[in-house]
Design a protein around this ligand. Structure first.
Ligand SMILES: *[C@@H]1O[C@H](CO)[C@@H](O)[C@H](O)[C@H]1NC(C)=O
Ligand SMILES: *[C@@H]1O[C@H](CO)[C@@H](O)[C@H](O)[C@H]1NC(C)=O
Ligand SMILES: *[C@@H]1O[C@H](CO)[C@@H](O)[C@H](O)[C@H]1NC(C)=O
Ligand SMILES: *[C@@H]1O[C@H](CO)[C@@H](O)[C@H](O)[C@H]1NC(C)=O
Length: 381
């Protein structure tokens, strides 16, 4: 009992009572909803995946709309933080230039603001830029030759990365580097490896699976696939701060800067506040690999705890970074909602490097990830 009291004391201190705290700013990042697989045309279920390869399914669209309703419940109904009727100036929704993510940005916005059932639903402003110019949500091997230098450190015979012109060629090489073929019983060649994305999509959509794709092979497919992703992203056993600086260095920088700037503007200690002053909710509609890298960057435990055994963030996984004013000081709270069906969003702040409690002071949170913050446009050269 004594121990319990002692133990709970710092937690109690770190969880101030309502009224002492005010939500100031929310940054939300989500993965798109359920999608069809890429490649492997013969495994493409044209009925289930009616919008084509790599695109959302009907269920994926519905789940994403529900993610918007979940956000409304939290930030409009419960916290009365956002206006009930959409105020476009409060929102800034950005999407990577990938159709499924752009569609999800729309669907989330409609889920948040179609409480009155307007038909057709209210359009939502979504900001985006061409992939080639998007160093925040779309820096990958193809526009970042420096990735090749990092890979060569652990896979010396990796080819000159600038000669690899499409993702399948790149993936074939990284697959080889992971030595997956030495351990796999079935998925031990490039051709077979390239089927996995389509097979996983079939399984996730609840489709009929090929008879040969047994329970054991499903496990093997995921192992091989996830290992290759960890290799490409420089996460997990392949943790590499430099690769993280390329993939999510600017996103991390932006998330941190937005909070610092927003806070300074609420305190009247900054200039150039005109754009950010009205914004309360800034969102990023994105992909699993961005969230995976971002979670890894926050501290190694953060990714592992968030994913809870999964290799990558699931469809509609949601990261929330909330900025709070607690008795006049800025604090950050990090939450993770694993998918579109789980009601609760777990508090992950204590897993962030340097943070120990549910609320982490903005200074400490702002120092969590200096090693993986960068401007990839320069770092990638
Ligand atoms: C793959 O095998 C080679 C040769 O045995 C070894 O040098 C390399 O470290 C292995 N790579 C990985 C990612 O385990
Ligand atoms: C892959 O595994 C099969 C058995 O499923 C084996 O016959 C084949 O030689 C292996 N291929 C490679 C490249 O290791
Ligand atoms: C991390 O970077 C921020 C912003 O540049 C700086 O204020 C802070 O002191 C740095 N923290 C560490 C631990 O180097
Ligand atoms: C950041 O990088 C420096 C220099 O490489 C290293 O000494 C330090 O341990 C790193 N910090 C973290 C938290 O990884």
């Amino acid at each position: 009992m004594k121990w319990l009291l002692l133990y709970s004391l710092p937690l109690a201190l770190s969880s101030p009572i309502n009224g002492d705290r005010e939500l100031v700013f929310v940054q939300a990042l989500w993965r798109h909803g359920q999608r069809a697989g890429n490649g492997a045309d013969h495994l493409h279920d044209k009925h289930l995946f009616k919008y084509g390869m790599g695109e959302l399914t009907e269920a994926g669209i519905d789940h994403t709309y529900n993610l918007g309703r979940w956000l409304r419940k939290r930030y409009v109904d419960e916290k009365q933080f956002l206006s009930s009727v959409m105020n476009p100036k409060e929102l800034y929704i950005e999407s990577v230039d990938v159709s499924r993510c752009l569609m999800c940005a729309q669907a989330v916005g409609q889920g948040m603001y179609n409480a009155e059932g307007r038909n057709p639903p209210l359009p939502v402003a979504v900001h985006s830029r061409p992939k080639k110019m998007d160093w925040m949500l779309s820096t990958f091997w193809a526009n970042c030759p420096a990735t090749g230098r990092e890979i060569t450190k652990i896979c010396p015979d990796f080819p000159d990365i600038t000669t690899l012109t499409n993702y399948n060629d790149y993936t074939a090489e990284t697959f080889r580097c992971t030595n997956a073929s030495q351990h796999a019983t079935y998925f031990n060649t490039t051709e077979k490896h390239l089927l996995i994305d389509a097979l996983i999509a079939l399984e996730q959509a609840g489709a009929k699976l090929p008879h040969w794709y047994t329970h054991e092979l499903r496990r093997e497919a995921k192992e091989v696939f996830d290992k290759n992703a960890r290799f490409q992203l420089g996460i997990g056993e392949f943790h590499n701060d430099n690769i993280l600086r390329y993939t999510t260095g600017l996103l991390m920088d932006t998330l941190q800067n937005q909070m610092a700037h927003k806070w300074a503007c609420t305190q009247g200690t900054a200039n150039n506040c005109r754009d950010i002053r009205p914004i309360k909710f800034r969102a990023y509609s994105t992909q699993d690999w961005i969230l995976n890298s971002l979670l890894e960057s926050l501290g190694r435990g953060t990714r592992v705890v968030a994913l809870d055994g999964h290799g990558a963030p699931q469809f509609n996984a949601l990261v929330l970074i909330e900025l709070w004013n607690i008795r006049g000081s800025p604090y950050v709270k990090l939450r993770y909602r694993p998918d579109a069906h789980t009601e609760a969003a777990t508090v992950l702040t204590p897993n962030v490097r340097g943070c120990w409690h549910q609320y982490c002071s903005l200074d400490v949170f702002g120092s969590c990830c200096n090693n993986t913050t960068s401007n990839p446009q320069e770092a990638c050269r």
